[in-house]
Design a protein around this ligand. Structure first.
Ligand code: AMP
Length: 459
């Protein structure tokens, strides 16, 4: 299959050639013709599948045929959950649209709003935005949607996880009814299907990754280890394996800082990326990592979501995530584009519940590897594969926040969500949901979402 067959015009094909792409990825081959036909699309595709070009290329093609946006007008709106993803999509729009005369703008929280208002005065054929800042700009009359043709929700599942559902609903309410809708999500969860009902019309459904399956090109194993010896083991793994680069996941922002400091103290160049870091620090950490100036990037789940880092050889789960789906997202950072990646988890005895949930979700027992010098004093109990289907979550209901976050690793989750850029503005916006959980001898039971998850603050 060649890009020439997809119905894209010469300036876009030239930009694709400039990028060095020779053939469309699976998502591109399916999504581009459907979008060009004007159909709504609902696509299950993770970062690394080429999904961004999958919607950006046809978007540019369609917009290049019409009249440019006038002042404050927006013709295509792309909503993303995080600033990093917004910046990356904007970069793609710029690259793929370099031979066209379309205007694009990116807006997100955490930076001054005035320059964004100024930029929008010229109008934007494509506006890439995070939901919170989008609403702020709309309320300040910096944008008009009367000429909106296309709406894209990128990483919609993460937007819901981050509590953006209210902003999304408000945004949908102010858009013209007649428009083309494109919904991209890592998985089609029941919540996503619910959102899709009020959004897409008779959509073409595309799925390029089996639901919740982990990529086959990722070798996964875990090291049982005592909690307090995890950093020591990580340093040994990096040294013995002569790792060039790795992305290390920490459950908390405080944990990410602590790991980074300990790696730096051991002479390993590392940076942390999470929501308490300024936008400048986050961008710098990412570019330092991409250009090889740092070896280890330590990230929280939300900050890492959507990071476009190519062919990352190692991903480390320093802590197992509270939500099993995050494990799938995390290890999706490695083993991309046909290269085999390694996903290594450091698991302490008190993470047994998370491990069980992950193995149940991925339907795979994770191989255990013991390191001689790190035999745990608190043994990680054996697990068996639970093959019973997982019940979908009930629809989420808003709920008052009462408790502070559970403190993992003795760590405190710092930061005020109101100060975190596009973070949801009030604590009660984080919806609660029952979570399916296995307990020994009890089978499946439903219980409220663990506090750490329910109150997790968006990065
Ligand atoms: P995405 O899934 O959109 O985050 O894209 C992942 C990476 O794949 C990005 O670095 C893109 O530049 C790259 N990419 C996208 N489409 C293609 C293609 N057709 N061939 C090769 N690389 C691609």
């Amino acid at each position: 299959m060649s890009f020439n067959k997809l119905g894209l015009s010469a300036p876009i094909l030239k930009a694709i050639e400039d990028q060095g792409y020779t053939e469309p990825s699976a998502i591109q081959a399916q999504a581009i013709p459907a979008i060009l036909e004007g159909q709504d699309v609902m696509a299950a595709a993770q970062t690394g599948t080429g999904k961004t070009a999958g919607f950006t290329l046809p978007l540019l093609e369609i917009l290049s045929k019409g009249e440019n946006a006038q002042s404050n007008q927006v013709r295509a709106l792309v909503l993303t959950p995080t600033r990093e993803l917004a910046a990356q999509v904007a970069e793609s729009v710029k690259n793929y649209g370099q031979h066209l005369s379309l205007k694009s703008t990116v807006v997100f929280g955490g930076v001054k709003i005035n320059p964004q208002m100024m930029a929008l005065r010229r109008g934007a054929d494509i506006l890439i935005a995070t939901p919170g800042r989008m609403m702020d700009l709309y309320n300040q009359k910096a944008v008009r949607f009367d000429k909106l043709e296309i709406l894209v929700l990128d990483e919609a599942d993460r937007m819901l996880d981050m509590g953006f559902i209210h902003d999304i609903k408000k945004i949908l309410a102010i858009l013209p009814k007649k428009r083309q809708n494109l919904l991209f999500s890592a998985t089609f969860s029941p919540e996503i299907r619910q959102l899709a009902k009020g959004l897409v019309n008779n959509p073409v459904e595309i799925s390029v990754t089996p639901r919740n399956a982990t990529a086959v090109s990722v070798e996964q194993w875990l090291h049982p280890v005592d909690k307090k010896r995890k950093t020591e083991l990580l340093i040994q793994l990096i040294a013995d394996g002569r790792w060039d680069q790795a992305l290390v996941f920490s459950r908390t922002k405080h944990g990410a800082n602590k790991i980074t400091k300990q790696l730096e103290d051991a002479g390993i160049r590392a940076s942390a990326i999470h929501g308490n870091k300024s936008q400048g620090a986050r961008t710098r950490a990412l570019s330092d990592f991409k250009e090889g100036r740092i070896r280890i990037l330590v990230a929280t789940d939300i900050a890492a979501r959507g990071l476009d880092i190519e062919q990352l050889p190692h991903v480390v789960n320093f802590d197992l995530p509270d939500v099993a789906e995050d494990y799938v997202h995390r290890i999706g950072r490695t083993g991309r584009a046909g290269a085999t990646g390694k996903a290594i988890s450091l698991v302490a005895a008190d993470e047994l519940d998370q491990l069980r949930a992950i193995e149940r979700l991925t339907q795979k027992l994770i191989e255990r590897r013991y390191e001689d010098d790190f035999m745990p004093t608190h043994m990680l109990p054996d697990t068996t594969l639970d093959t019973r289907p997982i019940k979908p979550n009930k629809p989420k209901r808003p709920r008052e926040q009462t408790n502070g976050p559970r403190q993992g690793n003795g760590a405190k989750q710092g930061g005020n969500p109101a100060k975190q850029g596009n973070a949801p503005k009030s604590g009660n916006r984080r919806p609660s949901a029952p979570k399916a959980e296995m307990t020994p001898g009890q089978g499946l039971r439903s219980k409220p979402l663990a506090p750490a998850r329910r109150n997790r603050k968006p990065d």
